[in-house]
Design a protein around this ligand. Structure first.
Ligand SMILES: C[S@@+](CC[C@H](N)C(=O)[O-])C[C@H]1O[C@@H](n2cnc3c(N)ncnc32)[C@H](O)[C@@H]1O
Length: 335
């Protein structure tokens, strides 16, 4: 098998108590998903959205979906069936889910039934109390127990009362916060608009502060924040001159059709953000990595998020200082 299995075999740092297989939303165009998975779990997903990593933070995932405790692996179905039989599993009301990951044959039903026959207990396909995962890759098969699912708590924020056409989808906002969440306790969004990023930060227990130069936006953020009962400091401020420091800046820069913000102001917002926090995530409508480097950040990674009809968002993660040499990482895309 490729990818996750090879890295798992080589990883002596993962204790046996940790579930080892992570699944993500599968979208080969989307480098952002890989970055979220790597940041949350320590494992980089292969083209099929499968990684080897820690499941401790899967619950907060946006595009990271499941943590799976691997129970058996084999080169083929017959061998896998015999390994699962040796486990002597007893589980009532279970369901086996299928993840096709490039196996040349689709033996879904044959494989699922053969494995289910090795488990003592009744299946329950509609409302299972326990879920197993069966993975069919080109080089073999694996079977595991789903031990954690992303809670998708970001979904409730899709019902926030105040929106504008520029409001970020809550799932994307959660993913942006996840790009820094493991390293920080607080974030600031100096261009907070309706507060989508702030809601996600608060939902996963980070301290959050927001500002916007438009009082109408601050009022909308306030209403959204109050609706969900979060404690978030908000204020009217110009991001080119913001002074609220935090462990990370996470912000969606003013850009796109209808935005009259000049490039000079965008560059000033980026430069000021560098003074606010050592780590930053910037969303923009174009690749602004050169501006980020020009603002004095030491390193930047850029992920392009393709959308329908060709529109892209560019997500940049930048470090003010660090051990690695300053470099611009080009936009990366899976083949
Ligand atoms: C792309 S929108 C942010 C949308 C936000 N993420 C949301 O989900 O609603 C950019 C925001 O930056 C604000 N903005 C533009 N220039 C600014 C400045 N100099 N200082 C602070 N806010 C600014 C705009 O008012 C707008 O609300």
């Amino acid at each position: 098998m490729r990818g996750w299995r090879r890295s798992q075999d080589n990883d002596a740092t993962m204790g046996a108590e940790h579930p080892r297989l992570i699944t993500c939303t599968r979208d080969y165009r989307n480098e952002l998903i890989a970055a979220e998975c790597e940041t949350l779990t320590g494992g980089r997903p292969n083209a099929w959205g499968i990684a080897s990593g820690s499941a401790d933070h899967v619950i907060d995932g946006a595009f990271v979906k499941q943590g799976v405790h691997l129970l058996a692996q084999a080169d083929g179905l017959e061998q896998l069936v015999s390994h699962v039989a040796e486990l002597g599993l007893h589980q009532d009301e279970f369901r086996i889910e299928w993840l096709h990951a490039g196996s040349p044959e689709d033996r879904r039903w044959e494989a699922t039934i053969a494995i289910a026959d090795q488990i003592k207990g009744r299946p329950n396909l509609n409302k299972p109390r326990h879920r197993f995962l069966l993975v069919a890759e080109a080089g073999g098969m694996a079977f595991g127990s789903v031990v954690v699912e992303a809670s998708r708590s970001y979904r409730k924020h899709d019902r926030k009362p105040c929106h504008t056409p520029s409001s970020l989808p809550s799932r994307l906002a959660r993913c942006l916060v996840n790009l820094v969440a493991r390293d920080v306790k607080s974030i600031v969004d100096p261009c907070c608009g309706t507060g989508s990023i702030l809601l996600e930060a608060a939902a996963i227990g980070l301290q959050a502060r927001g500002g916007d130069w438009n009082p109408r936006m601050v009022a909308m953020s306030r209403q959204n924040v109050d609706t969900f009962g979060y404690e978030i400091q908000l204020g009217c401020a110009d991001a080119t001159d913001a002074s609220d420091t935090a462990d990370a800046v996470v912000t969606d820069l003013p850009y796109g059709r209808g935005s009259e913000i000049s490039e000079k102001v965008l560059q000033q917002i980026i430069a000021q953000s560098r003074a606010l926090a050592p780590l930053a995530v910037f969303v923009a409508g174009t690749d602004v990595s050169q501006w980020i480097i020009n603002a004095g950040y030491h390193q930047v990674e850029t992920y392009r998020l393709l959308k329908s009809r060709g529109f892209s968002r560019y997500i940049h993660r930048a470090w003010r200082e660090g051990g690695a040499p300053a470099k611009l990482q080009q936009v990366r895309q899976e083949p």
